[in-house]
Design a protein around this ligand. Structure first.
Ligand code: PLP
Length: 366
């Protein structure tokens, strides 16, 4: 430990060197994040010092937060829905499990997730002493509803469906899950961390939002397809009363109660998220999503031309193929079953896809 400080010049030399060691976005094909849009960066910088944990000090920031929630309420066909900004999909999922567990009042609560669920549910269950029951998938990588129904019992506090799975980009049969949730009187949460900013902008996309009867909450991450700055998640609830059993007293703040998980919370990335969505509007988002889906199709076609089979035709811009290696320095990922997975995010432009395909072709034919 050095007790003397270092000059800002040397410090930034060092920090820049560290940053240069990061992989360049041009080669990142595995991430569900993307470099933030310039309007997000500008808004983020404007709100850099704000703290939504003490909203009475930052009423202007709190208003932007409210506008973000209203934007998603409109998008998801429930203008009166409640909501809360979070740090991302993990925190949103934790919040849902907190309030559904508290409402159930069972000594042995369980939730049912599809086998495709993001690992954040396992974290949340371990933290909260909840049993995680895993429902199998059908041949299309979607949650098997009859088998899900068999797992329900009196201690089930939440059913989870995914809109745009992390690994295969598929959407569970949310209307059938909603029916089951209503029959059994169980909260249904839709994890739309990724698909929540893709599916609403596609024609003939599977239904997943509050239009579907039985859907109680939806999580969506502007720091993924919303091109916002990190960290940015949103948790929408059909009935704001869901949050009531999370309230704690916060006597020394400007508001006297709080239900959020974190205390100090950034207003900057909330402003970033709102800025992108307000700037693009639904039409602009539709164009961006159309481009990503077109690139997903082109990549799939290109890989199949080399004899690499697709695993499934996805609902969102996540392409998967039977296992194959790719040349360096491309950063791809592999699913739990070992399949190649490439996410066609907004930074993965058509020329990036063509470059990847051409380098993959040379590597593959060696
Ligand atoms: N849910 C889904 C479907 C995801 O794909 C992800 C991340 O990729 C998460 C939740 C977790 O989001 P975060 O990493 O922002 O916490």
């Amino acid at each position: 430990m050095v007790s003397d400080g270092i000059s800002s010049e040397s410090l930034f030399c060092f920090l820049e060197e560290c940053r240069r060691r990061d992989i360049c976005w041009d080669h990142i094909l595995s991430s569900m994040c993307t470099p933030p849009h310039q309007v997000a960066v500008r808004a983020h910088n404007l709100f850099m010092e704000t703290n939504l944990g003490d909203p009475g000090l930052f009423p202007g920031t709190a208003h932007v937060d409210e506008l973000l929630i209203r934007w998603f309420g409109d998008l998801y066909h429930a203008p009166d829905a409640g909501g809360c900004s979070t740090s991302g999909g993990t925190e949103s999922n934790i919040q849902v499990l907190r309030f559904t567990k508290a409402a159930k009042k069972s000594d042995h609560p369980n939730i049912i997730v599809p086998a495709s669920a993001h690992f954040s549910f396992e974290k949340a269950c371990r933290m909260m002493g909840i049993e995680m029951r895993v429902a199998p998938l059908d041949g299309q990588y979607r949650m098997d509803i009859p088998k899900t129904a068999e797992l329900v019992d009196k201690d089930t506090c939440c059913l989870i469906g995914i809109a745009g799975t992390t690994e295969y980009g598929m959407t569970d049969p949310i209307p059938a899950l909603g029916k089951l949730a209503e029959e059994e009187d169980i909260h249904l949460h839709v994890d739309a961390a990724f698909g929540g900013l893709v599916l609403p902008f596609l024609k003939d996309a599977p239904q997943f939002d509050f239009k579907v009867s039985g859907v109680g909450s939806i999580s969506v991450d502007p720091h993924k397809m919303g091109m916002s700055t990190i960290p940015s998640g949103v948790l929408m609830v059909r009935d704001e009363a869901c949050f009531c059993n999370l309230l704690v007293d916060t006597p020394y703040l400007t508001v006297k109660q709080s239900y959020s998980l974190s205390g100090t919370r950034p207003g900057a990335s909330v402003a970033g998220a709102y800025a992108v969505l307000a700037h693009f509007g639904k039409d602009g988002m539709e164009a961006i999503v159309a481009g990503c889906m077109e690139n997903t199709r082109r990549l799939t076609e290109g890989m199949e031309a080399y004899g690499v089979k697709r695993k499934i035709t996805p609902d969102v811009n996540v392409a998967t193929f039977e296992h194959t290696e790719v040349p360096e320095p491309w950063a791809v990922s592999y699913t739990r079953s070992g399949d190649l997975r490439i996410v066609c995010m907004p930074h993965v432009h058509r020329d990036v896809i063509e470059k990847f395909l051409s380098e993959f072709g040379e590597f593959h034919d060696r």
